[in-house]
Write a protein that binds this ligand. Structure first.
Ligand code: ZN
Length: 355
């Protein structure tokens, strides 16, 4: 199969479809069979059958109810036979994406051609998800959320230093440090960072329940407890503790009833000026579960693909890949233009986390 023909095999229609097979990747509308890369809410659609890791299946069912799963462990290839004479058989392997617990990339081998779809990923180390692997491939379909050169995160140690300084200063002035962190992934990462450094945390119920699932899969956390449901009576619970809540509760009575507090948002978008005003917080730290610009380009170099399709990111990112010598283009949605991840979308995403 020649590379110039391959682009006709992949299309984006509210999800990635590998034509000639029944495989959809993170389909955003109901289909018969879709791979779900991880259990974030923007990947949660009720398909007839879902291919995922066991951790993603567990998180998905906790958040969105029962579903029919085809479970695949990391690095355990499986053959899916062709459905008809005109379709292809596919050999599939899932491997870690380093994004959140259970997060997976997928390698599909069709007639000897290797297609990798990354889903959301990061190459940097984290404490609560298996480190990402990179596999050589012919076609790379990659997320590119932070695909502009201005999005290069500081070293992890530097970010953690800034976070702990914020906590120390806030506690020493008799205020409650509050972190706004997405309830799945980001919250567990900050709990782990703070717990390992000897800080005590209180967490919102949504975060608490998801953390229990992390623990089922062997991820351990120190010094945390559930924050009381009626905080107006229990502000004292927070004495000497850091409060971690999802971003959507920032305007709630739960937060308003805490008289002395300082809030910070944890997001890669913290590199943008004005993000504190956007989220209405006192500070912002770029702790992200996505790859930054340098990780995105490093991934491409390591995978050595003949063709790159980008999804979920800035339309300019393929131009930067072209400068590095790659044949790259953005995979555009045939039915709806949702490829630019704006701050407005980010806010909506944050609000959807309520469900
Ligand atoms: Zn995600």
């Amino acid at each position: 199969m020649k590379v110039q023909y391959l682009k006709f095999m992949i299309e984006y229609q509210n999800g990635i479809h590998i034509k000639g097979t029944n495989f959809w990747l993170d389909a955003k509308r109901k289909v018969d069979f879709s791979f779900i890369s991880h259990a974030h809410v923007d990947h949660a659609v009720r398909h007839k059958e879902i291919l995922a890791t066991k951790e993603t299946a567990r998180l998905y069912e906790h958040r969105f109810g029962r579903a029919k799963f085809n479970i695949l462990e990391y690095n355990q290839p499986k053959k899916f036979h062709r459905k008809s004479k005109s379709s292809y058989g596919v050999k599939v392997e899932l491997f870690p994406s380093g994004h959140i617990l259970g997060g997976a990339q997928i390698l599909l081998e069709i007639e000897g051609m290797r297609i990798v779809y990354t889903g959301d990923f990061r190459l940097r180390k984290c404490l609560t998800a298996k480190g990402a692997e990179v596999k050589k491939c012919d076609i790379l379909i990659m997320e590119s959320t932070f695909g502009l050169p201005r999005y290069i995160f500081p070293h992890r140690k530097e970010i953690i230093k800034r976070i702990t300084e914020f906590v120390d200063q806030t506690l020493s002035s008799g205020e409650v440090p509050i972190f706004l962190a997405y309830s799945l992934g980001k919250a567990q990462e900050i709990m782990q960072i703070l717990g390992n450094k000897g800080y005590k945390t209180c967490v919102h119920g949504t975060i608490f329940n998801l953390t229990k699932i992390y623990e089922e899969f062997g991820v351990k956390f120190k010094n945390y407890k559930l924050y009381a449901k009626h905080p107006s009576d229990k502000v004292g619970d927070l004495e000497g503790r850091v409060l971690i809540v999802p971003p959507w509760v920032r305007g709630s009575a739960m937060i308003k009833n805490i008289p002395k507090k300082r809030m910070a948002i944890l997001t890669g978008w913290a590199l943008d000026p004005g993000i504190k005003n956007f989220f209405g917080t006192d500070d912002a730290f770029p702790l992200s579960d996505h790859a930054d610009f340098s990780e995105l380009t490093e991934y491409a170099r390591l995978a050595e693909p003949k063709k790159i399709y980008t999804v979920h990111g800035f339309s300019e990112f393929p131009d930067f890949l072209k400068k590095e010598g790659f044949d790259a283009e953005q995979l555009k949605n045939k039915t709806k233009a949702t490829n630019t991840f704006s701050k407005e979308l980010l806010l909506n995403y944050d609000l959807f986390q309520k469900s």
